[in-house]
Design a protein around this ligand. Sequence first.
Ligand code: SF4
Ligand code: SF4
Length: 112
Amino acid sequence: MSIKITTNCINCGACEPECPNNAIYEGGKKWKMADGTTLTNKKLSINLDPTISQNPKNEDIYFIVSEKCTECIGFFSEPQCVIICPVNCCVKDLKNIETKEDLLKKKKFLHG
Ligand code: SF4
Ligand code: SF4
């Protein structure tokens, strides 16, 4: 499943550079599927043009784009944001449950 950031986030920014999928953004920042991935102009099943900027998922605190989070599967044995967050506010997102197989497929899709 994806990881999410709770409202306990103190905006320290430590997690953002650790994400191998570029799935973490500062509050208020626009994001793209193509950021940090090999996706360019191919049409996505999730109906997002990878090259078009999307609106922030949170205006005030860092947020994780669940469409890009693989729980670090394919890169690391543990979610890097969870390890590094000083206030333990990176937690499992129970609304976005995916199997390890699904996450590995997502990783291959993002970096194919
Ligand atoms: Fe990025 Fe890994 Fe955190 Fe997901 S779990 S947001 S892939 S660092
Ligand atoms: Fe927020 Fe934790 Fe990321 Fe710092 S490491 S920006 S507190 S989620």
